[in-house]
Design a binder for this molecule. Structure first.
Ligand code: NDP
Ligand code: 2IT
Length: 444
């Protein structure tokens, strides 16, 4: 049996019941087949076996008391996956679906994503099965304080630097930072996505969505095309989705549909982002509200239908596996030309295959959504240097990072004989730097 197949088989045997982790590992290792063929020394050093095994997994109890005085217990996670090229870096996800498989898939992806940014950050991920929906501000604060009361001992500005992800935004980072500072008595860049008054960076809020659009824009530009006049679907209506929508609209695209986990809105005239921001960012209400407020907009229960709306460009920005084989087929049938993944692993392996066969330009998550973590690394740089860069300066750096990532994955795909296959290209380009560092460090 060849090296990659053997490692994948062993991984599935040693980590049963972790389907998301298996899926991410399969996608990554399949892309690395030509690399390990060219580098037999990797197999001798058991490099892939070490690469897919987290350096450390931390699991902890998070007890908290709600406003009515009832006691709740959630699970807390931090997977410190790989620190070969820098301190562990990656978000925290608060969502009832969170389990070890999901945190490990996200952590594994994060290693290569962070490497692709070209900045010195390793890979990690964490979170909790806590459900922030319907909780009061006080309950969110209580939960965040309890979570940090355990997490603080495992993180540090040169060790592990968490940030946001699903269910963790500016408000949660504020509460987490407040508790860290109180326990450690240190005002340092231990978390990113901080508020601007206490060490945050301009553009971090917009970074993942803007970065996604900068990459798609570069892919369009290289094909002598642009966003102007394109019909776009953006799934989700959270941090990534809102700022992807904003930047796409500013470049002349028409975003016609978005969703939350209950259903989608279809607005043929183009999403009114000020209304969407009011509902989602300010009121934390359901997307259904949009159709009550905007004339001509339709609301449909359930999410899947969004992918049957004709579009030129599809940007899944909500969660894993939101585009399955059927949805991919519907998109292709309706003429989709570009798919840019704002969420992590939003397309199933079968869905990716449908896009590949149809010749859709497919920009995979670890490249396309790297703008968020790249700007987190810029926040870390500003914290260490006690600096504060202007919006324009951070935005310019973000754009140049996204354009470089696009060309690095494009070149890697060419170099390894899989031209145009950006799934393989991103995996290869991200892996080479990590592999080099791991080889230099010896067997650790
Ligand atoms: P938010 O919590 O701000 O928003 C998440 C959005 O996705 C909400 O609209 C939410 O709907 C929807 N959603 C979540 N789960 C589901 C589901 N099971 N089915 C349908 N819709 C769902 O998160 P972000 O915008 O920060 O994250 C979105 C994606 O982008 C994630 O995959 C994340 O890992 C990825 N990402 C985020 C980065 C960041 O900087 N924030 C960086 C790189 C990637 P509802 O409100 O109903 O739950
Ligand atoms: O998936 C991701 O890259 C993030 N959630 C952002 C991580 C970060 O550290 O900014």
């Amino acid at each position: 049996m060849n090296y990659v197949d053997r490692v994948l088989e062993e991984l599935k045997r040693k980590n049963p019941n972790e389907p998301e982790f298996h899926q991410a590992a399969t996608e990554i290792l399949n892309g690395l087949r030509p690399v390990v063929e060219r580098h037999p020394e990797y197999e001798k050093a058991a490099l892939l076996e070490r690469f897919v095994e987290p350096e450390r997994v931390i699991l902890f109890r998070v007890p908290w008391v709600d406003d009515a005085g009832a006691v709740h217990v959630n699970k807390g996670y931090r997977v410190q996956f790989n620190s070969a090229i820098g301190p562990y870096k990656g978000g925290l996800r608060f969502h009832p679906s969170v389990n070890l498989s999901i945190i490990k898939f996200l952590g594994l992806e994060q290693i290569l994503k962070n490497s692709l940014t070209g900045l010195p950050i390793g890979g990690g991920k964490g979170g909790s099965d806590f459900d922030p929906k319907g909780k009061t501000d006080n309950e969110i604060m209580k939960f965040c304080q309890s979570f940090m009361t355990e997490l603080y001992r495992h993180i540090g500005q040169d060790t592990d630097v968490p940030a946001g992800d699903i269910g963790v935004g500016g408000r949660e980072i504020g509460y987490l930072f407040g508790q860290y500072k109180r326990i450690r008595d240190e005002h340092v860049g231990v978390l990113t996505g901080r508020g601007l008054s206490y060490g945050g960076s301009l553009v971090r809020t917009e970074a993942t969505g803007y970065g996604l659009i900068y990459m798609v824009e570069e892919a369009l530009r290289c094909r002598k095309d642009s966003f102007a006049g394109k019909t776009v679907i953006v799934s989700g209506s959270g941090n990534v989705a809102i700022y992807a929508c904003e930047k796409a609209q500013s470049l002349g695209a028409k975003v016609v549909a978005m969703y939350d986990s209950n259903g989608y809105v279809y607005d043929k005239a183009g999403i009114k982002l000020d209304v969407m921001k009011q509902i989602k960012e300010k009121e934390r209400a359901r997307i259904k509200e949009y159709a009550n407020r905007v004339k001509g907009a339709e609301y449909h229960e359930g999410c899947k239908g969004i992918w049957t709306i004709p579009c030129d460009i599809a940007l899944p920005c909500a969660t894993q596996n939101e585009i399955d084989e059927k949805s991919a087929e519907a998109l292709v049938k309706n003429g989709v030309k570009y798919v840019g993944e704002g969420a992590n692993m939003p397309t199933t392996l079968e869905g990716i295959e449908v896009f590949r066969k149809a010749g859709v330009v497919f920009l995979p998550a670890k490249a396309a959504n790297a703008g968020g973590v790249a700007t987190s690394a810029l926040e870390m740089a500003q914290s260490s240097g006690r600096l504060f860069w202007s919006f324009e300066e951070v935005d310019r750096k973000l754009k140049s990072i996204m354009v470089s990532i696009y060309h690095n994955m494009d070149n890697a795909a060419r170099e390894y004989g899989v031209e145009g296959d950006y799934v393989a290209g991103a995996n290869i380009a991200g892996f080479m730097k990590v592999a080099d560092a791991m080889m230099a460090h010896g067997i650790v």
